[in-house]
Ligand binder design. Structure first.
Ligand code: BGC
Length: 499
């Protein structure tokens, strides 16, 4: 198993695949191209936040949805694979949509299977390595109707889906992720109600959902490894690494810190971090205390590689308003550019002892003024982590073409290539995206050569010094606290109160 070391692609595995540093883009097919039979499609049709909002709140997802128009990589895959290759990619992360392949229970759509094969043909022709995710927030409506991941008895359906996907595409795809961001989907779907099933503060069910997904990861992993082809596949898990920093006026900072602690635990990295290290899952709920516990019988969970999705750290006020610290630049999402956090996420994930891929990073930046800065800073933070010993083997930018950002609709523009739902812009390379193209073209694809390049860049003073980045952040925090506000530290991230 990967966690014990024998699943990772060592340099001498005979395939040479472990020697390649992945320079990639990431997409989820649903966000990019929709599809009729998914729970998310149904959610848009029926639910918050796309229809009337309670208490007179306005929609914040814009006027178009993926149901009416989309960038449509599903049909324009040849162009899009070529655009990725032009940007210097040698890898492409995509979701294999369960709802497209099995729209009704037990019924396989052979046209959809053929389309995925055609997409893989294009990638192969362009020398691009696919990296497939089996569950990127979406699943068939029939699975949702059975109760989805709220019910332990439904885990078997996910395992069967994983085996079907391997049977259909396993000979062509080496890198597989079971789930994309289990904690993020849980938080948005069961705590805030912004993702399906749209439940609010369903704290106990939320815990069951994450636990069942982690159990499903383990069961799917074991089942895949038992297949004839299983041993040659790399099966991983993708996690959203985020930390929350509490701020607020003196009297309310306790409240802010309390909320941030819960966010760090639920949505942030803590829950998964503990599980990855020990196989122990513990679900705690405010006021009720510990509610669920599960220990993977094999100790550390089976996992050949770990996917880190990193965008930023979230700085919140006592009433959870997102903002940033002095000197930081806000993105269009609820967080600033924060490269130091990527370094920390990678060093922390390195403790699992398996290869790490940055499976997503990027910026929502309509103005495109900050994209190049973000790419430059995050790329250097990653190179620094590699030079400091982190086994990072890939950098996937989110995303290729502007697409549908879940509850925020088309308002968030993450793409390397611009696309507008009104048809005014179609796949135009953004100025800021050129920074990524330059990095991808300049950096070696060979892993050992990349590691050597990272070490050389450190010597040449081209990469940030983590200690220095940290000291600068401390200075900002000190300035804030010196104005009469106490700070408090947690897991290396300062929690500070400011006016
Ligand atoms: C998700 C993507 C999403 C991106 C940008 C990640 O949490 O995996 O689906 O679009 O972040 O917010």
């Amino acid at each position: 198993m990967g966690s014990s070391g024998d699943g990772s692609l060592a340099s001498n595995d005979g395939t040479g695949k472990g020697e390649v540093f992945h320079k990639g883009v990431a997409i989820s097919m649903w966000q990019n191209s929709g599809d009729d039979d998914s729970n998310w499609t149904n959610f848009i049709k029926s639910n918050f936040p796309f229809k009337a909002l309670p208490f007179g709140f306005k929609r914040f997802s814009g006027k178009h949805s993926v149901l009416q128009t989309c960038p449509d990589t599903w049909n324009r895959y040849e162009e899009d694979v070529e655009l990725a290759a032009k940007a210097g990619c040698n890898a492409f992360r995509l979701s294999i949509e369960w709802a497209r392949i099995e729209p009704r229970k037990g019924e396989i759509d052979m046209d959809a299977v053929a389309r995925y094969h055609a997409i893989l043909d294009s990638m192969e022709a362009a020398g691009i390595e696919p990296n497939a995710t089996l569950h990127h927030f979406t699943h068939p409506q029939w699975f949702e109707d059975l109760g989805g991941f709220e019910k332990a008895e439904n885990i078997q359906h996910f395992v069967a889906w994983s085996l079907k996907a391997i049977e259909l595409f396993g000979s062509r795809i080496t890198f597989w992720a079971t789930f994309n961001e289990p904690t993020c989907a849980m938080f948005l779907g069961w705590i805030t109600g912004m993702h399906p099933p749209g439940k609010i503060l369903a704290c106990i069910t939320a815990g069951k959902v994450v636990m069942h997904k982690l159990q499903a990861h383990c069961e799917a992993y074991e089942a895949i490894k038992r297949t004839a082809i299983g041993k040659s596949l790399q099966v991983g898990l993708v996690h959203h690494h985020i930390t929350f920093l509490a701020t607020g006026p003196r009297l309310l900072r306790g409240l802010a810190a309390y909320a941030a602690d819960w966010m760090n635990y639920w949505w942030g990295y803590e829950l998964i971090h503990q599980w990855m290290l020990t196989g122990k899952f513990t679900w705690k709920v405010p006021l009720l205390g510990q509610w669920l516990e599960w220990q993977h019988p094999g100790g550390k969970p089976p996992c050949d590689w770990f996917g880190v999705n990193y965008y930023s750290r979230s700085v919140v006020t006592w009433y959870m308003k997102p903002w940033c610290l002095p000197g930081e630049v806000m993105t269009d999402m609820y967080y600033p550019i924060y490269a130091d956090g990527l370094y920390e996420a990678l060093m922390q994930s390195n403790q699992y002892g398996i290869p790490i891929y940055i499976t997503e990073t990027g910026i929502a930046d309509k103005s495109d003024k900050n994209r190049a800065t973000m790419i430059d800073k995050y790329m250097r933070a990653m190179l620094r982590a590699i030079a400091d010993g982190a086994d990072v083997r890939g950098f996937y930018y989110w995303t290729l073409v502007d697409n549908f950002e879940w509850n925020a609709g088309y308002l968030m523009e993450f793409g390397l290539y611009a696309w507008q739902p009104d048809g005014s812009v179609d796949r135009k390379l953004k100025e800021g995206a050129k920074a990524l193209v330059r990095f991808f073209k300049a950096l070696p694809s060979n892993l050992s050569a990349l590691r050597a390049a990272a070490a050389r860049l450190v010597k040449e003073g081209e990469l940030p010094d983590h200690e220095q980045m940290h000291a600068e952040a401390e200075e900002v925090l000190h300035d804030l606290t010196a104005r009469g506000h106490k700070g408090r530290r947690r897991h290396g991230h300062a929690m500070v109160a400011a006016t």
